[in-house]
Design a protein around this ligand. Structure first.
Ligand SMILES: Nc1nc2c(ncn2[C@@H]2O[C@H](COP(=O)(O)OP(=O)(O)OP(=O)(O)O)[C@@H](O)[C@H]2O)c(=O)[nH]1
Ligand SMILES: [Mg+2]
Length: 465
């Protein structure tokens, strides 16, 4: 990562913004003060580039700046700053979507003075130029990575600035309090009336309460963004991997009739009735002597402890035994469902008998092989994420660990400030904590944030965004 990227707003940057590979069209993007000058050297259209209107699509050709050889027929759009993605002069060149064509157009831009953009640098510029704040910049990546409708909705709300609005409102309140404290610090008691400590405590308490309710949305946000962690466990050969495959509708995990096939943990993301689910297949549970399998078991236990929900698979075409029951005893209360698998080859009598042995535990009957009962199972899994109450998700949801950390620190400082006020400490003391809280809150939107953090955030973007 280029350490100087923050200070290099002077450069004009260029990148291929569409994914590599063949496609209908591919876009090369150029942003910075020299964009027009640079592209002018390689674009041949009806008029010289500098005479073309902004925000209109123009037809023309990209040519080699040295030889004049035509590289591609393109559509070119100029976005004069500040009305552009980066707030700078920005040009988008839509080429034919071939890797060679795009690379050659990019090479021309680089040869004429642009620098290759770093990952996320266009969005970084939008942030540094003040068009969007940091939480909105992060939301750009969130939108791109969204895997469910719900995830996309949440990300778009962040992008629109709903979180920013809240954060700014908290900051305004804190700045107000800080101003009152500063007056106390700067002037003696004879000059100004003493602060109304009770009123200040009340205000701090109300902000604290708001922060609390925002922080409480994080678990929900994390599930929407990263997925509900659903772990499939059971004895060997009961059909765990088959169930994973059936739920994913693709052959991701290796299935064989040999017990102990899965020795490692396999996980895949699936969209289960609109909920993002991280399905985890584990090694079968049994008394083992083999060290590789023991390692598998150790990992299974770790996965089990991290599960949001467990699917305990049993082969109901055979009598369930002590090992099945032992596993059931290890299930966390209300965070699991027993999956009776292989109903296609199980006799109704045996299913009934097995059911009785489980004394009313929640059971879904399926055939991973034939697909029976899977819809019901998906419903059970989706309802497990009932935290994702559709009404609640209308509001702002916290989904980033970075935001959660910052707001948690902000809350801590607030409560310190409150304590100091209650104990009658001098305004200097109180002001320190209020300031710390203000800084922590500001991190969310990038008011107070170090270059290291910026680099970390933007390096996770793709190039060209
Ligand atoms: N008839 C029938 N066979 C099934 C069903 N599900 C799985 N099987 C078979 O059961 C055997 C074991 O399936 P796997 O999915 O590998 O079982 P597993 O629980 O992952 O096994 P390990 O990884 O060894 O612990 C395979 O031969 C599957 O074809 C089912 O619903 N019906
Ligand atoms: Mg398996």
């Amino acid at each position: 990562m280029n350490k100087d990227r923050i200070s290099s707003l002077e450069d004009t940057i260029a990148a291929i913004s569409t994914p590599l590979g063949e496609g209908g069209i591919g876009i090369v993007r150029i942003s910075g003060k020299d964009s027009i000058k640079i592209v002018e050297k390689i674009f041949k259209g009806e008029k010289p580039l500098s005479q073309l209107p902004s925000h209109r699509v123009n037809y023309g050709e990209i040519v080699d700046s040295n030889t004049g050889e035509v590289i591609d027929e393109v559509l070119l759009t100029i976005f004069l700053g500040p009305k552009s993605y980066t707030s700078e002069d920005l040009i988008e060149i839509s080429c034919h979507g071939g890797q060679l064509v795009l690379t050659r157009v990019l090479e021309q831009a680089l040869r004429c003075g642009a620098r290759l953009a770093e990952p996320g640098e266009f969005t970084l510029r939008a942030f540094l130029n003040g068009r969007i704040d940091l939480s909105q910049a992060e939301a750009v990546a969130e939108v791109i990575r969204a895997k469910t409708d719900l995830g996309l909705k949440m990300a778009l709300r962040h992008l629109k600035g709903d979180l920013s609005k809240k954060i700014n409102a908290y900051r305004d309140k804190l700045i107000d309090i800080l101003a009152k404290l500063e007056v106390q610090i700067d002037f003696s008691e004879e000059e100004v009336a003493p602060p109304n400590r009770d009123a200040m405590i009340k205000e701090l308490e109300s902000i604290e309460k708001d922060l609390d309710s925002l922080l409480s949305t994080y678990d929900e946000g994390k599930i929407i963004r990263e997925g509900l962690n659903v772990v499939i466990v059971g004895k060997t050969n009961v059909g765990k991997s088959s169930l994973l495959n059936a739920l994913l509708k693709e052959d991701r995990a290796i299935v064989t009739p040999i017990p102990g096939t899965t020795r490692d943990v396999i996980s895949e993301l699936a969209n289960v009735k609109g909920i993002l689910v991280r399905l985890v297949d584990t090694a079968g549970y049994r008394m083992v002597k083999d060290t590789i399998e023991l390692e598998g078991l150790r990992r299974t236990k770790i996965e089990m402890s991290q599960a949001d929900f467990l699917l305990l698979v049993m082969d109901t075409s055979t009598e369930i035994d002590e090992e099945d029951l032992e596993l059931k005893r290890q299930m966390p209360q209300e965070k699991y469902v027993i999956v009776f698998n292989k109903i296609d080859i199980a006799s109704p009598d045996l299913i009934k008998k097995n059911q009785e042995r489980l004394h009313g535990a929640p059971i879904v009957r399926v055939s991973a092989l034939k697909g029976d009962g899977l819809e019901r199972l998906k419903e059970v899994i989706a309802s497990e994420s009932s935290v994702l109450d559709k009404d609640r998700t209308q509001g702002v949801i916290l989904s980033s660990l970075r935001h959660k950390d910052a707001l948690t620190r902000a809350k801590k400082s607030l409560s310190l400030a409150k304590d100091s006020l209650k104990r009658g400490m001098s305004p200097e003391f109180v002001a320190l904590d209020v300031k710390a809280s203000l800084d922590a809150i500001g991190e969310v939107i990038g008011k107070t944030v170090t270059d290291d953090i910026l680099n970390k955030i933007f390096s996770e973007f793709c190039i060209g965004k």
